[in-house]
Design a protein. Structure first.
Ligand SMILES: [Ca+2]
Ligand SMILES: [Ca+2]
Length: 142
């Protein structure tokens, strides 16, 4: 996944510290910060950001094995609040990004399942592809 964090043009100064984290959160509802939230990654950032400056992170995130389903994905910067932001502490979370997580299943004959989402067709469909005795086969269209 990829995101951009910005020190807004209305900020008073370059960030007073150079190290903080960006946090990736899955929430089953539209409320960030309540009990259903699941923190899936805290990504360390290194480098002060000037007024109006930004940085973009692109990284892989490992999802918990029981995370399949419908979620709202959030990005929260400075979750441990090590960056003093005067009166602007309240704008550190992204809007929700709806996401459906489905994990590939293993083929009954031992092959590895592969899925590809097809958004916009009544939800995500998938094809599970596998090798069956050396020949490709297709299983399970949802
Ligand atoms: Ca929540
Ligand atoms: Ca802060």
């Amino acid at each position: 996944m990829s995101w951009t964090t910005r020190n807004g043009s209305n900020a008073g100064a370059t960030t007073p510290v150079a190290a903080w984290h960006d946090r990736v959160v899955l929430s089953s509802d539209l409320i960030l910060g309540n009990a259903d939230d699941r923190v899936v990654a805290n990504i360390a950032h290194d480098g002060a950001v000037p007024v109006g400056g930004s940085y973009t992170v692109t990284t892989n995130v490992t999802l918990p094995p029981d995370a399949s389903g419908n979620w709202n994905l959030y990005l929260v910067t400075d979750p441990f609040n090590v960056v003093y932001e005067f009166q602007y502490e309240g704008n550190n979370a992204s809007t929700n990004q709806p996401i459906t997580i489905r994990f590939a299943r293993s083929h009954p004959d031992g092959g590895d399942g592969v899925r590809g989402g097809q958004p916009g067709r009544g939800g995500f469909g998938f094809l599970e592809r596998a090798e069956h005795r050396g020949r490709p086969c297709l299983r399970g269209l949802v």
